[in-house]
Every structure is written in structure tokens, then in C-alpha cells.
Design a protein around this ligand. Structure first.
Ligand SMILES: [Zn+2]
Length: 810
């Protein structure tokens, strides 16, 4: 074979070689210079194959349009082999040789030599192509290996030691299905970063400038929805196999509520909320009451020997007797009974009426209590999403004043106080008591007793949280007689109310968040180097980027069809979806949902800029208020310009608070009050470690609720056992109401000894049985970004650090 190489000048003459020549050993070589093995990147040792060098060089030569690529590549490979052999000689002084003899060269080193040989031969273009090829391969390898590291961690480490496995405190990362969920999540994230997202958005996420929440679900679904159960129950619904008819008792109302929440959960990646649980359940109580009146009257009529016709007439009559009746109504009931059943004496009428009524009411109360008990138990035990996760369920109630709805709320609160089967504190549903003047806030309001019971229950069991209908930004949407305009929150603090897509339908029902992305505010603060103007312009650039990214994601979501959401859209849960067919696009109806821009760490941002956070100085507070006002103006403007519901969100950052700070500490070091803790402070909160009174904390945080129309929550931390002082607890709830807070809750320790069943505060020793934790851990229920979590071992590292730092707001 003859090789000509007319185009490119070479510093060495082209040698005539073949592949077989490459592997033969020339004469005079000692064993120490023989090159037989190579160390691969993963550490494996394989046979040295110079043909691979020739192959890679040829690819690079061909890519740069060099003629005779094959021949040149062979000679390059030969030169590389020579070079490597010379390194093998003892005392050669290169990376490959040591005093003890030849060292097996690694792949990276061989590639370095290839580059060097190419350069020496004047193949600069080809060397560049080769370097690029190496870089591409190495990026792909790095990304693949990041994925492999995650998958390895999921496979081989215990959830206690793995943040990946504890990213979400409500998923048990130790179980088979929990791990399978993590496999899917990690793979989908990498895929979306590499192949789906705009590279600028992917880079911003990867670098920690922004955080795209639920990135694994990017191409699949939307966040959450507020379910109007009444509408669902009116016609009955289907969960995929068989139609569930309209429920006929409080028991089936509660059971179907669970099924609806669970079914919807499987269609979305976020939480499910019921905005008017009291109103939705009330008809179930009325049905059970009517059923009990009918049955008890039939029994009495049978005992008293009434004929069939008489029995039918009086049972029909009894079925109309309501759960609650004043004296006049009861008097009328007795008169009608006497009329319908003339054989009875006046005394018998009174007795039968009394018996039927009291027995039926008692049975209805018992049935309602059992239904609420089962509802809570179901939501804490039944799993969705491949069986690894209980549904993120939230229920709002408090404003329906009908006797049936009041019974539902009383039973729900009493069942919550009692706890689960062994007295454990229930983690789901997240309960939200809607506080409203004229309905339950003031003494004398019809549901004031329930407000007080809600305070007592929350003081014992951490739920319910409290939402405030009278806060001006909530009150402005309320239209009396329209429960869909009463404010509702979803557990993770999401709030969906205004509607630029259709202003006549600013409502909760059938709507939810589509997606949200958070900005790493502290990083902008650090980078601005005390220059507020620079901060503002960087902030604007970040907001632009996130608006862009949310629109990109909306376009992906809008390509979905009804059949992609068999329950949410297929059963008409989402607003206006009832009229769509399985192959219809969901784009138009999704426009009712919200796209939210969130933020984290306002406190650290202010510390970076002015040396103090908004709990420490008025100047800092004013500046913080200005920042979040600006974000709100920008989201309002984006909503106006796009016709999509952009909103400002106080981000619930469970996995995120640690991720951002970890990256920023690596980049900027441990800056006091900024990056020196394991977490960034949530949204606009005063830092958990800052000493401040409850009233002052509420006063400082309340104005931020008005700005964050995509959702917010404020917490107050109490020490000790507030169930011993419910008045003090109620005072804090009232302070929140009066300050204009939209949504708040009060944290306090709730511990339980699973061995003796004691519930309360346990320090080192159980006050009841005296045992310590050596013989088995106590349960310690804490609230993490809106959710209750039973046991510190499910918290990720950042959240664990945050819980340890919390100081009480006495
Ligand atoms: Zn004990």
C-alpha cells in the first residue's frame, strides 16, 4: 500500500503502515517497553488496541476534510504507540513510568498523546476536531455518570444517609416503589435537562440560578387542582373501570371524596385540594339523616302494628325531618304525624316522634363521626403514585353554617383530636379552617364554636391551619352566595384566585397551578456586591428568564390531550373540561391555571445587600418589600401581556433550600448570615433562628401575603404544650387575622411514645412510662413547608438543620 500525503505539511514523513503492523512489536524491545494494557475510565484494565487510536484519529481527520485520512491516521497511531513506549522505559520521567517499572497508561493520557502528535504534524485543525470530540464525549459521560451516581445512591444507600432519597419527606425512599419512583424521577430530570429544555433554561437550573420545580414531570402534567366534589358527586364519576354512582350516605360521600382525591393525584404531580369540604359533605349527612328517620319510623310503625299503607306514609313523612329542628318545627312535625296516623293517641305521637328523632339524630352523628374518622385514616394510609406516596390532600372548611355541615366539621375536628388507630397524629389531609367575620370569628357568630374547636384541635394536633377570608386581598374576590369565591389554599400554600383568562371566573373550583419556578434571590444579592441597582437589573434578567421558561413549559403542557388526564380532564374536574372529548387539546382550558414565579431567601438576600435582614432593620424591610413588590408588578404585567395567570409565589421549598445554599457556599464561601447555614430561609419569612415575638413576626410578614398572590403562609413557633393554654393559641390566630395574614399556622412540638401511647412533649424521657429513646425512637411530628412529617429521619439534611435552628416566638 502506497500512501501519498500531498496537502498537509508534516514534520515527520508518513510511514507506510497497516493495522497489523500497529500491534506487532519491533525488534529489540525489552519486556518493560511492551505496551499490552490500558486503564479505562472506570478503572477496568483491558488489552491495549492501537486500532482504536487510529479509528478516533481518522474520525477527526475526516471531520476536518483531510484526504487520505485512513493512511494518516495509521501513521498517527504508530507515532502515538512509539511515544507511549518511550514513556514506558524506566527513568523516562513521564507519568507512565515509575521506578518500579512500567505503569499501565490510562485512556486520558493516551488521548493527550494523540493531541500532541497531531499538533506536531501540523494537523492543527484535526487536533481541534479531536479535542472537541473528546469534550463532547466527556460531557455526555459526565451527565451519564451523574445519573449513574444518583441511581447508585438510590440502589445502595439507606434513606437515612441519602438526600436523594429524602428529597420529598412524604415518600418512603426505602421501599421498592419509593426507589422505583426515584429511578424514574432522576432519569426524567436528566433527560429533560439534556434533551427537552431550552439550553439556557437548563443551564440556569443546573447552575442554581433558578430552580424548575418538578422538573421530572416537565413533559407530563401540571401541578395541582381544587376539586369541586359536589359537582363530581352530582353525576357520579368513573375512575377508569366502572362508574361510581352518586353517593347516598355520608359514609359513601367520605369514601368517594378519598377516591376522587386519589384519582386526581395520579394525574398531577402536586397536591389536591377541596375548597369547600363542609359544603360538599353536608348533603351526605342529610341523606344519612333521612335514611335513619325512615328506618327508625318503619321500625316503630311495625312494632305498633301499622298496616303497610300507613307504614309507607309515615316513613315518607319522617324522611323529611331535618337533622336539626327548633320547637316550632318539631311541633309541626308532630301535628303532621298525628294527621297521617290517626290511630295513635296524642301521647303516642309525642313518644314516637321523640324516639324516631333522637335515635335518628344520634345514629347520623355516629355515622358522620365514623365517616370522618375513616376519611382521615384512608388519606393517611392509601397510596397513590406506584404505591409510594399518600396523596397530598388539603381540605378547606369553616364557613357553611348549615346543621349538616356543622356536624361534618365537628366530627372531623373531634376525629382529628382523637388521632389515628393508636392515637397517632394524622399527617393528612392538611386541614385549613377558613376564618371569616360574621360567620365564625366573633363570639355570637354561628360557627364561632367551631372556630374555637379548630383552635383547640390545632393546639393538640398541628392541624387545622387557618386561612383568612377577611384579608383585603382575599375579601375582594368574595361574592356572597358563591362559595367558589371564598379563598382556599392548597397545603403547600398555593393560592389560585384571580383569572386574567376570564375575569368573570375568578374562583377556586376546577383551577390550580400549572407549574412554578423559583429564583435564587440570595445569589443575586451576593453578586450585586452591595449595589442595589445592580441587584434590580440582575433580578429583572432572572424574572425575564423565568417568564420565558414558564411559557416554554406551558407550550409543552398545552400539547397534551384530555386522554392524558383521564380523571382531571376526563371526568370534568378541571374547569370547562367537561365539554371536551378524549382527543381534544387541553390548551384552552389550561389557560385558567396559574404560572408562578417563586423566590427563596429574602432574608439572606437583604443581609448580603445591606448587612441586615428584614427582621433586624426597617431599611432592610423596606428594601425587601420593594423587591417583592417589583416581582409582583412584573408577574402582573406578564399576565396582562400573555393572557396567562402569572403570579408571585412565596416558594414552599422543601428540597430547594439546601440545594441553593450548597452551591452558593461552594462558589462564595461561608458568608456570615448568608451562606453559613445549611438552608436558605423560606420565601419572605423572618429567619427561624432570629429571636422575635409572635406579634412582631406576624406584623412584619403580613404585608408580604398581600404581594404573593400565588401563595404564602406564615408560621409562629410555640414552645411547650399549647393545648394547656388554648386562649393564648387563639390570640395568635386572631393576631394573624387582624394583621392581614392570608394563611398561617402555629408550630409546636408533638411527640408520641409508640410503646406506651403517650402524646405530648417528650424530652429525653417519656413522662408516662419513663423510658428513654435507647430502646426505640419516639415519634416527633414536625411541620415541614406546610406538611406534617412523622419522624426526623424523613427530613432531608437542610430541613433537619432548619428544624434544629428554630427558636420560639414567645
Ligand atoms: Zn412511654
Amino acid at each position: 500500500m502506497t500512501v501519498h500525503h500531498p496537502q498537509t505539511p508534516s514534520t515527520t514523513p508518513v510511514r507506510h503502515t497497516t493495522t497489523s503492523q500497529l500491534t506487532s512489536h519491533g525488534p529489540g524491545q525489552t519486556s518493560s517497553t511492551v505496551l499490552r494494557q490500558v486503564r479505562k475510565r472506570d478503572g477496568r484494565i483491558v488489552a491495549f488496541d492501537p486500532a482504536r487510536i487510529a479509528h478516533a484519529a481518522r474520525k477527526a481527520l475526516e471531520a476536518t476534510g483531510v484526504a487520505e485520512a485512513e493512511a494518516i491516521s495509521l501513521s498517527v497511531a504508530l507515532a502515538v504507540v512509539d511515544e507511549l513506549r518511550s514513556e514506558q522505559r524506566p527513568g523516562a520521567g513521564t507519568v507512565a513510568a515509575t521506578a518500579t517499572g512500567p505503569v499501565i497508561p490510562d485512556v486520558e493520557h493516551i488521548q493527550d498523546v494523540v493531541e500532541k502528535v497531531l499538533m506536531e504534524r501540523g494537523q492543527a485543525e484535526t487536533a481541534k476536531a479531536y479535542i472537541l470530540y473528546r469534550q463532547r464525549r466527556s460531557t455526555a459521560r459526565e451527565q451519564q455518570s451523574a445519573l449513574m451516581t444518583s441511581l447508585r445512591e438510590i440502589t445502595f444507600s439507606d434513606a437515612r444517609d441519602s438526600d436523594v432519597k429524602r428529597e420529598n419527606a412524604n415518600v418512603d425512599g426505602n421501599t421498592a416503589m419509593g426507589s422505583m419512583l426515584r429511578f424514574g424521577t432522576e432519569s426524567a430530570k436528566q433527560f429533560n435537562l439534556l434533551s427537552v429544555l431550552d439550553p439556557a433554561h437548563a443551564a440556569a437550573h443546573r447552575d442554581g440560578d433558578i430552580h424548575i420545580h418538578d422538573l421530572d414531570f416537565l413533559t407530563l402534567t401540571t401541578t395541582c387542582c381544587q376539586i369541586n366534589l359536589s359537582e363530581l358527586f352530582r353525576t357520579g364519576f368513573s375512575t377508569g373501570h366502572g362508574h361510581l354512582r352518586s353517593p347516598r350516605s355520608i359514609n359513601s360521600y367520605a369514601a368517594l371524596a378519598c377516591i376522587a382525591i386519589q384519582s386526581n393525584q395520579n394525574d398531577q404531580h402536586g397536591g389536591q385540594a377541596v375548597p369547600n369540604f363542609d359544603r360538599d359533605m353536608a348533603p351526605g349527612v342529610a341523606l344519612t339523616c333521612a335514611d335513619r328517620m325512615r328506618a327508625n319510623m318503619a321500625q316503630s310503625a311495625g312494632v305498633l302494628g301499622a298496616d303497610q299503607e300507613r307504614q309507607d306514609e309515615v316513613t315518607r313523612l319522617a324522611a323529611t325531618w331535618p337533622l336539626e329542628a327548633d320547637d316550632a318545627t318539631q311541633h309541626a312535625e308532630r301535628e303532621k304525624l298525628a294527621e297521617a296516623w290517626p290511630e295513635l293517641s296524642a301521647e303516642q305521637v309525642v313518644r314516637v316522634h321523640h324516639e324516631v328523632r333522637t335515635r335518628s339524630v344520634a345514629e347520623t352523628e355516629r355515622a358522620t363521626y365514623q365517616a370522618m374518622e375513616a376519611f382521615i385514616a384512608n388519606l393517611n394510609t392509601m397510596n397513590s403514585r406506584a404505591g409510594a406516596q399518600t396523596p397530598f390532600s388539603s381540605i378547606n372548611y369553616g364557613t357553611d353554617t348549615s346543621p349538616e355541615a356543622r356536624l361534618v366539621m365537628r366530627c372531623l375536628l373531634e376525629a382529628t383530636r382523637a388521632g389515628l388507630g393508636n392515637g397517632e397524629t394524622a399527617i393528612f389531609p392538611i386541614q385549613i379552617f377558613r376564618v371569616m367575620e360574621g360567620v365564625n370569628y366573633h363570639p355570637g357568630d354561628p360557627n364561632h364554636d367551631l372556630f374555637q374547636l379548630a383552635c383547640r384541635t390545632s393546639a393538640e394536633r398541628l392541624f387545622p391551619n387557618f386561612s383568612f377570608q377577611d384579608a383585603p386581598f382575599n375579601a375582594e374576590y368574595h361574592r356572597p352566595g358563591h362559595p367558589e369565591t371564598e379563598i382556599a389554599y392548597m397545603g403547600c400554600r398555593t393560592r389560585v384566585m384571580s383569572n386574567v383568562h376570564d375575569t368573570s371566573r375568578a374562583q377556586t373550583w376546577g383551577r390550580g397551578n400549572l407549574s412554578f419556578t423559583s429564583i435564587n434571590l440570595p445569589r443575586l444579592g451576593i453578586q450585586a456586591d452591595h449595589d442595589v441597582d445592580r441587584f434590580m437589573s440582575d433580578f429583572d434578567a432572572s424574572i425575564d428568564l423565568v417568564i420565558d421558561q414558564l411559557l416554554e413549559r406551558f407550550k409543552i403542557q398545552a400539547r397534551k390531550k384530555v386522554r392524558n388526564f383521564p380523571f382531571l380532564m376526563g371526568q370534568g374536574v378541571w374547569i370547562d373540561s367537561a365539554g371536551l372529548g378524549p382527543d381534544d387539546s387541553v390548551e384552552e382550558v389550561l389557560r385558567h391555571g396559574t404560572l408562578s414565579i417563586g423566590f427563596i431567601g429574602l432574608a439572606e438576600t437583604l443581609t448580603a445587600l445591606v448587612g441586615a435582614h428584614h427582621g433586624q432593620s426597617q431599611e432592610a424591610w423596606d428594601l425587601g418589600y420593594r423587591f417583592i413588590s417589583h416581582l409582583r408588578e412584573r408577574t402582573d404585567r406578564a399576565a396582562e401581556e400573555t393572557g396567562l395567570n402569572f403570579s408571585t409565589l412565596a416558594t414552599p421549598a422543601e428540597g430547594l433550600s439546601g440545594r441553593f445554599v450548597r452551591m452558593d457556599r461552594e462558589r462564595f464561601g461561608a458568608l456570615p448570615g448568608i451562606t453559613d447555614r445549611d438552608y436558605y430561609t423560606n420565601s419572605f419569612h423572618i429567619p427561624v433562628w432570629h429571636h422575635i415575638g409572635a406579634a412582631e413576626k406576624i406584623r412584619l410578614e403580613a404585608p408580604f401575603h398581600a404581594l404573593t398572590n400565588g401563595g404564602h403562609i406564615s408560621y409562629v413557633e410555640l414552645d411547650g404544650d399549647p393545648s394547656r393554654n388554648v386562649e393564648a393559641f387563639e390570640t395568635i390566630v386572631r393576631a394573624m387575622h387582624d394583621a392581614g395574614v392570608g394563611y398561617g399556622s402555629i408550630n409546636h412540638p408533638v411527640d408520641r411514645d409508640p410503646e406506651c401511647g403517650y402524646t405530648g412533649i417528650i424530652d429525653d424521657e417519656c413522662p408516662r412510662c419513663g423510658r428513654g429513646e435507647e430502646s426505640g425512637p419516639f415519634e416527633r411530628i414536625r411541620r415541614i413547608t406546610g406538611y406534617l412529617v412523622g419522624g426526623l429521619d424523613r427530613f432531608n439534611d437542610a430541613k433537619r438543620a432548619e428544624v434544629n435552628d428554630r427558636v420560639r416566638h414567645g
